[in-house]
Write a protein that binds this ligand. Structure first.
Ligand code: FAD
Length: 465
């Protein structure tokens, strides 16, 4: 059986990117593999350009079957994600079901809670949102767009990059399809990427963190939130941590980020007694709020955290997008935000290239790759900040000083966190800008110190005369 518009030129000699001689033919039909967050957003955007879009998803429709176990339950969506969602008219709907978090509440082993606001004025927020709710809203939006067809229980098993031919496994047997453009938005363990990974010139690396994650629950207490719902809660413990994000049902989803093996690891705690003893020692204020702690810990899976880097993202008629192109660790809450930006950029590149495939795909890759490399590095660094540095008095003083500078030098000094979470500044521009700002502040401080020293010296000289 064949589904999807059979399209375009037949396969010819392969070019530099593994494509055909007709690579700059106009794109009319698109096959998107993966109806996760980015696949659905891209489908809605491309349909608005008048393209015929077929979306192939290996799972059954999650709006009918419910959420998949083992995925994170909620996500922090910030400026970049909202900007992308606004382009398909979904930002307000997403915000209406989200809970704004304006800062971090820090839970030490003992003593008082700490608080660090995310923005200088304390008002800007990242938004805790249900992953399954957002995915369902995106599926609805894609489904309603003229020209989009969703195919559930269609698992991609093969793709031929030069011709854009796909093979998919379905409950009814194998299905073949073909499109002018095939987008792999099928996640960190992408089958589309695997299909082009072993071709000549394809660079690929996959780095697992020794830290994994497991989700636990803090249910509502007497119908109310058990913790401040306007905060992201962190229990920083050096090389590991627990975080908690609020849900609209007034529960919190906690995520443990712990080593997988060794001391203080998931593997080290086996019996209920070991689990409760450890949590009583490390997270004493959370334990009374977690009636299902032992069951959650014993039965919820441990997920892996991986950074995937590859190049090229573009081969023949195939392009990679979202986690398939650049899975990152979740410590800056940017994986989905960044994947949404990919969709906007691919859509813009197609429009700017008059829908011609080859220039559009090259433009998309050239614009996005440096940015996704930059956020991958920032996300890895942020684990150290969240799990360890936030405890340090020096770090707390630095954060306060940065916020002071931001207020004093409005728009000219902006912290890294604000640039990542509250602007759409390209990720690759952030570190150079931070360096320039720090140099300018350092130079101003040196001039001020020299001026004060000069004045003091002048006063002392005058007095000695
Ligand atoms: P996915 O959402 O993984 O979707 C891929 C889709 O492809 C799935 O539906 C899958 O079923 C389908 N698929 C897979 N294989 C096939 C196949 N062979 N054929 C057909 N379909 C297939 N990001 C944030 O922005 N903020 C956060 O706070 C945040 N928190 C996170 C917390 C954790 C613990 C983790 C692990 C990640 C977090 N992320 C966060 C990252 C975010 O989840 C991902 O970046 C985002 O889901 C990527 O979207 P995607 O569409 O590229 O991939």
């Amino acid at each position: 059986m064949t589904v999807g518009p059979t399209a375009g030129p037949t396969a010819g000699p392969t070019g530099a990117t593994g494509g055909t001689a007709a690579d700059d033919a106009a794109v009319r039909s698109v096959a998107i593999v993966g109806a996760g967050l980015s696949g659905c957003l891209l489908a809605a955007l491309l349909a608005a350009r008048g393209l015929a879009v077929d979306v192939y998803e290996r799972r059954p429709d999650p709006r009918i079957t419910g959420e998949e176990r083992g995925r994170s339950i909620n996500l922090a969506i910030s400026a970049r994600g909202l900007d992308a969602l606004s382009r398909i008219g979904l930002a307000d709907q997403a915000l209406a079901t989200a809970l704004p978090m304006r800062g971090r509440t820090l839970h030490p082993r003992s003593g008082e809670l700490g608080y660090q606001s995310y923005s200088a004025d304390g008002t800007r927020a990242i938004n805790s949102i249900s992953r399954s709710g957002l995915n369902a809203a995106l599926l609805d939006c894609a489904e309603q767009a003229p020209g989009v067809r969703l195919h559930f229980e269609h698992r991609l098993t093969g793709v031929d990059a030069p011709s854009g031919r796909l093979t998919l496994a379905t409950p009814a047997g194998q299905v073949d399809a073909e499109a002018d453009l095939v987008v792999g938005s099928d996640g960190a363990y992408s089958a589309v990427r695997r299909a082009i990974q072993f071709s000549d010139g394809f660079d690929f690396s996959q780095d697992y963190l020794p830290v994994g994650y497991k989700e636990l629950t803090i249910p509502a207490r007497n119908g109310n939130f058990a913790l401040d719902p306007q905060s992201l809660h962190i229990w920083p413990r050096g090389g590991s941590m627990m975080i908690a994000l609020p849900n609209t049902d007034r529960s919190f989803t906690c995520t443990l980020f712990w080593p997988k093996v060794g001391e203080g690891s998931f593997a080290a705690l086996q019996t209920p007694q070991q689990i409760t003893d450890y949590f009583d020692r490390e997270y004493p204020d959370a334990v009374p709020l977690m009636p299902t702690l032992v069951d959650d810990f014993q039965y919820n899976p441990v997920g892996s955290l991986v950074t995937v880097r590859c190049r090229p993202w573009v081969k023949g008629r195939v392009a990679l997008l979202g986690d398939a192109a650049h899975a990152i660790v979740p410590f800056f809450g940017q994986g989905a935000n960044c994947s949404f930006e990919d969709c906007v950029e691919l859509d813009a590149a197609l429009a700017e290239s008059g829908l011609r495939r080859e220039p559009a795909l090259q433009r998309y890759q050239a614009r996005r790759k440096p940015n996704t490399d930059a956020i991958a590095a920032l996300a890895l660094e942020n684990f150290v900040e969240m799990s360890d540095k936030v405890n340090s008095k020096v770090f707390q003083w630095q954060t306060r000083t940065r916020h002071l500078l931001e207020r004093a030098l409005s728009g000219r000094y902006v912290s890294r966190y604000e640039l990542v979470s509250f602007t759409t500044t390209p990720y690759a521009d952030i570190e150079p800008r931070i360096r320039r700002q720090d140099l300018a502040v350092g130079a101003a401080a040196a001039v001020a110190t020299a001026a004060v020293a000069g004045a003091v010296k002048a006063v002392l000289t005058k007095r000695d005369r």
